[in-house]
Design a protein around this ligand. Structure first.
Ligand SMILES: O=C1CCCN[C@@H]1CCCn1cnc2cc(F)c(Cl)cc2c1=O
Ligand SMILES: [Mg+2]
Length: 485
């Protein structure tokens, strides 16, 4: 029958798996860690893409497509950033019955695929800036617990790879892209995120610095990296000899960035907004924003009700609202209410004999269950207002819940206590790498160790003489810590 068998507050992992399947977003696949993205979730990916792609095009970033396959020599070119990842590289070793002379890697990310060609294409300063992006899949043969959208062996993402003549241009773009990621989360997925800089231990080892937008899942008390924007410095330019002749005729290395968001965004949205009735979709990313359901009554004017439903869908569609009707006669209205609630449709419109007679419809909100009668004459305007209100309400509730999880600490004991209370911890830190390594070691356990999530760009006041919570040394910055995905 309909309905979830697990409650979000009681068994989050089981609840999540059931929601993504019952909402028809995901179908499990016979290869572990791989999932089928059904139309209900693919539509969300497309809506985000329809925002992001035009935005990067405004920044003169062009789309391209590089091969899926990486030759081993090239992949291992960057020793220190690859060796830690080696176990998760997937390899093609055969074609048909015959062994390949040399195994071929499947891209886990595309730096080593693209940069030999950046070296070839970039000669003079007029070839800069070179700004390319690709929408593609990547494969990382992870072993830690696979989770739909959040951690899978293949996922969809966009990866931007840009090269500039100056560090200033690179630094500026890092933040421009990070703002787009914040907008994806806060304006589309209605998920609050924190912008900040990763620690030396958590940053992309191959780069100069990493910035990210960090989300938080209150139910598990875990932070999750929402998207990432790296400044690579000149590290890859040195490795791949990506030089150009600058205006003074000198040979100079380029400054590079790389940045990505992935289908993980969808999983974060499900985790933050979902409830015990199933998925709750923010209207901005809902492929169906309004579902219209006829409520015929034995001898009432059934055709009249159906016609009113069709007229309602047409009126809303003409106003740019994504509306559909559910005319299936083999399901009861009650069954349909549960079905579309499970799928997270933000608004349901019911039209029965009484509504017909009164020339009104009954709207029911998915976020708070409120029932609102609307005169058919005012339909499109009122529904648009309702959808905007739902979008804002989902963000406000998520932000309030996230803020309730934030705990400021000053001492180790306060830190450990907050960690056990599943908090997102804001602590003054001396920013020393071995201190972070020590905190990881001291908090190791079956729940996973605590780590830095980011040092927020928006730094609270740090009074002179404030001590690091972990080392007692002079603190230099406020940093968010927590367990994470
Ligand atoms: O995060 C981004 C934005 C988009 C382009 N890439 C960077 C860095 C990716 C780090 N990373 C992440 N995972 C990896 C897994 C691997 F198997 C190998 Cl060989 C390398 C990596 C790896 O470099
Ligand atoms: Mg990884």
């Amino acid at each position: 029958g309909l309905g979830l068998t697990h409650r979000k507050a009681e068994n989050f992992g089981e609840w999540y798996s059931e929601v993504v399947v019952n909402a028809e977003m995901i179908e499990y696949y016979d290869i572990s860690g791989c999932y089928i993205l059904r139309p209900w979730s693919m539509a969300i990916w497309e809506i985000m893409q329809e925002f992001f792609d035009p935005e990067i095009k405004k920044m003169k970033i062009k789309n391209c497509y590089f091969p899926l396959f990486v030759s081993p020599g090239v992949l291992q070119k960057e020793k220190d950033h690859v060796e830690g990842f080696a176990p998760e590289v997937a390899w093609v070793t055969k074609s048909g019955e015959s062994e390949l002379e040399i195994p071929i890697a499947i891209r886990p990310t595309s730096e080593t695929v693209m940069y030999p060609y950046y070296s070839k294409w970039i000669r003079g300063h007029r070839d800069l800036p070179l700004k390319l992006n690709q929408w593609c899949n990547v494969v990382r043969w992870e072993f830690s617990n696979p989770t739909p959208f959040i951690r899978s062996r293949e996922f969809l993402w966009q990866e931007g790879h840009t090269a500039f003549a100056t560090k200033e241009e690179a630094d500026a773009e890092v933040l421009d892209i990070l703002e787009l990621y914040r907008r994806i989360y806060e304006e589309y997925l209605a998920v609050p995120v924190i912008k900040g800089k990763k620690s030396e231990l958590e940053k992309f080892a191959g780069g100069l610095y990493t910035t990210s937008v960090e989300a938080f899942i209150p139910n598990t008390g875990r932070g999750i990296q929402g998207a990432t924007s790296h400044c690579l410095g000149q590290n890859f330019a040195k490795m791949f000899e990506i030089n150009f002749e600058n205006e003074k005729g000198e040979k100079a290395m380029v400054w590079q960035n790389s940045w990505a968001y992935s289908t993980r965004t969808i999983g974060v949205m499900v985790m933050v907004h979902g409830d015990d009735k199933g998925l709750v979709l923010p209207p901005k990313v809902a492929s169906v924003q309004v579902i219209v359901i006829p409520v015929p009554y034995k001898d009432a004017d059934t055709q009249g009700i159906f016609d009113a439903c069709s007229a309602t869908v047409n009126a809303l569609s003409e106003a740019g609202i994504r509306a559909e009707s559910d005319f299936r006669d083999n399901y009861s209205p009650g069954w349909k209410y549960s079905h579309w609630e499970m799928k997270g449709v933000p608004l349901r419109i019911e039209i029965g004999p009484k509504d017909l007679a009164n020339k009104q419809v009954r709207a029911v909100r998915r976020d708070n269950g409120a029932k609102i009668d609307i005169a058919s004459a005012d339909l499109a305007v009122e529904i648009k207002k309702l959808l905007d209100n739902i979008q804002q309400n989902l963000f406000d509730i998520a932000k309030q819940k996230r803020d309730e999880c934030i705990q400021i600490v000053h001492t180790w004991d306060e830190f450990v206590q907050a960690l056990n209370q599943r908090k997102m911890i804001l602590a003054p830190w001396c920013d020393e790498e071995e201190v972070e390594a020590d905190v990881k070691a001291r908090t190791k356990g079956e729940m996973g160790a605590a780590k830095t999530l980011c040092s927020p760009f928006d730094q609270p006041e740090l009074p002179e003489g404030t001590k690091c919570f972990a080392s007692g040394k002079p603190a230099t910055k406020w940093t968010y810590w927590g367990r994470s995905y």
